[in-house]
Ligand binder design. Structure first.
Ligand SMILES: Nc1ncnc2c1ncn2[C@@H]1O[C@H](COP(=O)(O)OP(=O)(O)OP(=O)(O)O)[C@@H](O)[C@H]1O
Length: 743
């Protein structure tokens, strides 16, 4: 129930000044109000609009209560003294009226006091003279809506003590609304939910963002799968009898996982799909991610040899691009081994020989202008730089006949932008746009003149052209009404143990409907992620199963001594030791030599091992020297090769049993390729990484991010283990200092 009056309401302090303000009532509310000259009420659909009015709590004011109490007492008193004279009675009445009047005055004073207490408008009906000033202030007040709930809360807060108690009993307040706070204009503003940050996307969701759909749909191959090469039938592998025989002669009796997946794809049973040219049904491009030493070279070399063996005329039909000369030489050996007796001609271009020498080996006719080019080789294996040299500087060197373009160690090569090699190669495989177009009507109208025109266009002798290049011939095109477009038949094959996932780099390859093969370990129990593609894109690479990995955290100053201890303690031979640069390779080799000299001169030192043969292998050496050193190492005449990262990729030396990273690799890809020089083709191998104390945190994090930390066992070297090597080491160090101080 709500009583409207003026002066004592808890709301008066806030709303008294409002010229008009609405109060919304619930259906249960009752309103008692008093009107005066200055008050008016309007009722609109459940709202009462008050003009210059206060809201009062129902019930009597304190002054009124006091007045009524006294009046009651006076009446009681009269009853107790009934025998009074007339005058007395009249006096009593006068006194009573006077008292009433006083009480009224008191009431007004009381009202003013309440208002002053609330530092609000001291509105008094008895003091109309103040009205104009008050009205001005009232106009400034905002028009506000209040609900009965708010009224209730307000009244309780404002009337302290007994008054508050009184209000509580008299005022019908819904219980739920009782705790509402004092209402201020700011509180009446609409409130909005606080902004909150959206949930961060997961790491895997981010990794998969923007990926090529073809990569998402990759075919995942279990690395443990093998397929026997049977000489009977040969349907399972799609290999010809000749190829099966050759492979078996090479000691290859079964196909490795990557080969089992790739061979049927590149050598379909349908003979039409094996043809050299497929202008109306061009083959799909292929991207392969498979661990180091898993047999990727044979996975592309075998199908290339099988398909090209059907050729009649020599044309450059397969181009294999590799990052280093050493790899070119290695892949050439593989091609030569498997193409024996097939009549295929294999060439290389690395810059190892003079340009003219290479030209004479690659192109048959360098004097005539031949639209179809002139090639002496069917398969060319090259580095990108030298390839561009021939593209731009060798007459009749043409890539128009290419059936296969292989980019091995693709991530490394795509990171190189030497002379925009990739753009130039791709442009050379595409036919140029026709310069003129002959219509059928023209042909019918003036066949003779057209023929003369065509004759005059080019007098160049042509060699056989790729079907997609036929418009270059000096004859009019026969208009075709068939919707098909002739496509080039060049199939791109990309390989790496750490294949790039960079969409921009993949886009630059202009892949045609690419098919991805990912040779990836099957998830083990407890693996958080069971997504091979995700593992590839997040650089959780697969390592050879037969590889054991160790790390030794050590002080920088003790690193050379720990290396020497490691080699002698574990009888390490047939090892590659990787350093961070050619310069540190040279220094370490010298220190090693001085140490071995000191050790063997005193009878073998810690063990009786004869002097270890160590050689450096880095870009500081000439090509011929490098070739000779690598040959000696392969022949096991050199036990340990200390090298830069020049041979960290692709090099296949089957007897390498240990890899030592003397300088820890700074990225996971480098680590994968280094350790991948051992444990190849199912053989056992061990990898050791010497990590300086200040690098330990970074290295561990790097390996951990690749979900590989548990595979790398930490080894500890005790001081007493080093003691036996210390005298020889210090002697070697002194000699090394002397050498460097002389330089
Ligand atoms: N099916 C096979 N059976 C036996 N040995 C094989 C087979 N396939 C390949 N190899 C041998 O495995 C070794 C590694 O092969 P390859 O060099 O092709 O590995 P890769 O996958 O290219 O490694 P990387 O990524 O390090 O270049 C080679 O010596 C090769 O002869």
């Amino acid at each position: 129930m709500l009583l409207l009056s003026h002066g004592c309401s808890p709301y008066s302090s806030h709303y008294l000044g409002c010229k008009k303000f609405p109060i919304r009532f619930t259906h249960a509310a009752k309103i008692f109000y008093r009107t005066g000259d200055d008050f008016s009420f309007e009722k609109h659909s459940g709202e009462v609009i008050l003009s210059r009015t206060q809201v009062f709590a129902q019930g009597k004011t304190k002054a009124k209560q006091r007045y009524l109490k006294r009046k009651k007492e006076r009446r009681k008193h009269k009853k107790v003294q009934p025998k009074h004279g007339e005058g007395t009675a009249r006096n009593e009445i006068e006194e009573d009226e006077e008292s009433d009047l006083n009480e009224d005055v008191e009431d007004k004073v009381d009202v003013m006091e309440v208002d002053e207490d609330h530092t609000e408008l001291p509105m008094s009906i008895e003091k109309p003279s103040k009205e104009p000033r008050l009205e001005k202030r009232l106009k400034k007040r905002r028009k506000l809506k209040i609900s009965p709930e708010e009224s209730a809360g307000q009244s309780i807060e404002k009337d302290e003590g007994g008054a508050a108690q009184h209000e509580e009993t008299e005022y019908e307040v819904p219980e739920a609304s009782a705790p509402s706070r004092s209402l201020s204009p700011a509180a009446a503003l609409p409130s909005f939910p606080l902004p909150s940050l959206p949930d961060a996307p997961t790491q895997s969701a981010l990794a998969l963002q923007g990926l090529d759909q073809a990569l998402m749909d990759a075919e995942v191959v279990d690395p443990s799968i093998v397929l026997p090469i049977s000489r009977q039938g040969g349907t399972a592998t799609g290999l010809s009898e000749k190829m099966q025989k050759t492979l078996q002669e090479l000691g290859i009796t079964e196909l490795f996982a990557v080969q089992t997946a790739l061979l049927p794809f590149l050598l379909p049973s349908d003979p039409w799909q094996k043809s050299l040219y497929q202008p109306y049904n061009p083959p799909r491009d292929v991207c392969v991610s498979a661990p180091t030493g898993s047999g990727k070279t044979l996975a592309y070399a075998v199908p290339i040899v099988e398909i090209l063996s059907s050729r009649i005329v020599t044309r450059l039909r397969a181009l294999v691009v590799l990052p280093t000369r050493d790899l070119v030489a290695q892949v050439r050996e593989t091609f030569e081994a498997i193409s024996k007796g097939r009549g295929l001609k294999i060439g290389i271009a690395t810059g190892q020989h003079s340009f003219t020498h290479e030209q004479s080996h690659l192109v048959a006719d360098r004097t005539s202008s031949l639209l179809g080019g002139s090639s002496k080789v069917d398969i060319l294996i090259c580095t990108p730089g030298r390839l561009i040299d021939h593209l731009t500087g060798t007459p009749n060197f043409s890539l128009q006949h290419l059936r296969f373009l292989v980019i091995d160690e693709a991530d490394r090569l795509l990171a190189q932008s030497y002379q925009d090699w990739l753009i130039q190669i791709l442009a050379a495989t595409r036919p140029p746009k026709p310069s003129a177009h002959y219509l059928l009507e023209d042909l019918v109208k003036d066949a003779n003149s057209l023929w003369e025109k065509a004759q005059s266009r080019s007098r160049a002798r042509h060699d056989a052209l790729n079907p997609a290049f036929l418009h270059l011939l000096p004859y009019p095109d026969c208009p075709s009404f068939l919707p098909e477009k002739k496509e080039i038949s060049c199939q791109k094959l990309l390989f790496s143990a750490t294949l790039t996932r960079d969409p921009a780099k993949l886009a630059s390859l202009e892949l045609r409907d690419p098919k991805y093969f990912v040779v990836h370990r099957t998830p083990e129990k407890g693996d958080v992620l069971d997504n091979s593609v995700l593992d590839v894109v997040t650089e959780r690479f697969t390592f050879p199963e037969t590889l054991k990995e160790h790390m030794i955290v050590c002080e920088t100053a003790k690193k050379p001594l720990i290396l020497l201890h490691l080699i002698h303690q574990h009888h390490i031979a047939n090892a590659l030791i990787f350093t961070k640069s050619a310069e540190s390779t040279a220094r370490l080799v010298q220190l090693f030599d001085f140490f071995e000299q000191a050790r063997t001169s005193t009878g073998g030192g810690a063990n009786n091992r004869p002097r270890i043969s160590v050689r450096a292998y880095s870009s500081d050496l000439g090509a011929a020297e490098r070739k000779s050193i690598l040959g000696n190492f392969k022949d096991q005449e050199i036990e340990i090769l200390i090298c830069s990262d020049l041979i960290s990729r692709g090099i296949d030396i089957s007897h390498v049993a240990h890899i030592i990273s003397y300088d820890a690799p700074i990225d996971m890809r480098k680590y994968v390729h280094r350790v991948g020089r051992t444990a190849r083709a199912g053989k056992n191998g061990e990898a050791w990484t010497l990590v300086e104390e200040q690098e330990a945190r970074y290295f561990k994090t790097m390996v951990k991010n690749a979900s590989h930390l548990e595979k790398v066992k930490r080894e500890r070297v005790r001081e007493q283990d080093l003691a036996a090597f210390l005298p020889h080491y210090e002697s070697a160090l002194t000699q090394l200092k002397e050498v460097y101080s002389r330089q």
